[in-house]
Design a binder for this molecule. Structure first.
Ligand code: AMP
Length: 288
């Protein structure tokens, strides 16, 4: 861990320091917005900071590469860690504070609590990363307890994650407003992601195809094509463009429940996860 006091934004790994600062703001009647991240920040993350600022709040960002949401064979060790650059970007964006806790502090010896998630956590990502949402939910619940923000912003880029967090907040009566942030994209449609750094030049060219395929899928559904036919078409395109397709599906936008057979008769979302070499890309779009 680099020397946090030398970073260009007020940064702490210490819970007491974090709480003191935040309670001070809240005592002064200021709202506190929270943007949890795993770092390697890009414009998508910074757009969430801006959204929290537009809600009139002080903003705390966190950077924590959460071991609990990676399976042993996944990219925890390779995940980009760029704390100094991230701190500069946050300072530039007028973020008020960076919280960068240590794993040994969040998960001390003897930590043994797990969360079991149903509803929006069922299917899609869970079919391929069964450990994932339990890991996300436990760290977000802990961070919410530590920061105690008035609002928290999550990206629609991770649409299933957004719904899982909303569901957890509702089910556990957490007094935090969850604000969705739209997905920021490159000019060719590729959703910004810290994992895009893994892509080779060739893979980067192919990667933009995911947005194009999802756009066509969403358009077919909006035009009244039954979802089974539209999904078949999207799947065939994705299978020829990518090395592997985990899923490409249309679901109910509010709950992620499967849709009844035939044309789509309610707000829907198309969602996909595909592989290019060792890189897994996820993306989604609203229908209509
Ligand atoms: P991560 O650091 O990738 O876990 O993401 C932290 C937050 O940034 C999550 O709420 C993500 O959904 C959000 N996010 C990631 N990529 C984007 C993007 N391209 N546009 C907007 N938000 C994003």
């Amino acid at each position: 861990m680099s020397d946090l006091s030398s970073l260009p934004i007020a940064t702490t790994a210490d819970l007491d320091q974090l709480r003191k600062k935040i309670r001070g703001w809240q005592r002064d009647g200021q709202r506190v917005g929270f943007v949890p991240t795993m770092g390697a920040l890009h414009e998508g993350h910074l757009s969430l900071i801006k959204l929290a600022q537009e809600r009139g709040s002080r903003v705390v960002a966190s950077i924590f590469v959460n071991p609990a949401q990676f399976a042993p064979h996944e990219d925890f060790d390779a995940y980009p860690r760029t704390l100094r650059d991230d701190a500069a970007k946050l300072a530039n964006a007028d973020c008020d504070m960076l919280y960068a806790p240590l794993a040994s502090d969040l998960y001390p010896d003897g930590f043994a609590t797990e969360l079991k998630l149903g509803g929006a956590a069922q299917g899609l990502e869970t079919d391929f990363r069964p450990h994932f949402f339990a890991g996300v939910a436990i760290v977000v619940a802990k961070l919410f307890n530590r920061v105690q923000p008035d609002l928290a912003v999550f990206g629609e880029k991770d649409y299933q994650q957004l719904l899982v967090i909303k569901q957890m907040v509702r089910d556990l009566d957490l007094p935090i407003s969850i604000i969705p942030g739209p997905t920021l994209r490159e000019r060719d449609g590729l959703a910004l992601s810290s994992r895009n750094a893994y892509l080779s030049t060739k893979e980067r060219e192919i990667a933009a195809g995911l947005h194009e395929i999802l756009t066509g899928f969403a358009r077919d559904l909006a035009n009244g094509t039954d979802w089974e036919t539209a999904q078949g078409k999207a799947l065939a395109k994705a299978a020829s463009a990518f090395d592997r397709v985990d899923y490409i599906e249309a679901r109910c936008a509010a709950t992620l429940a499967p849709l009844p057979a035939g044309p789509v008769d309610r707000p829907a979302r198309v969602l996909a996860a595909v592989w290019l070499g060792k890189t897994r890309l996820i993306d989604n779009l609203a229908v209509g």
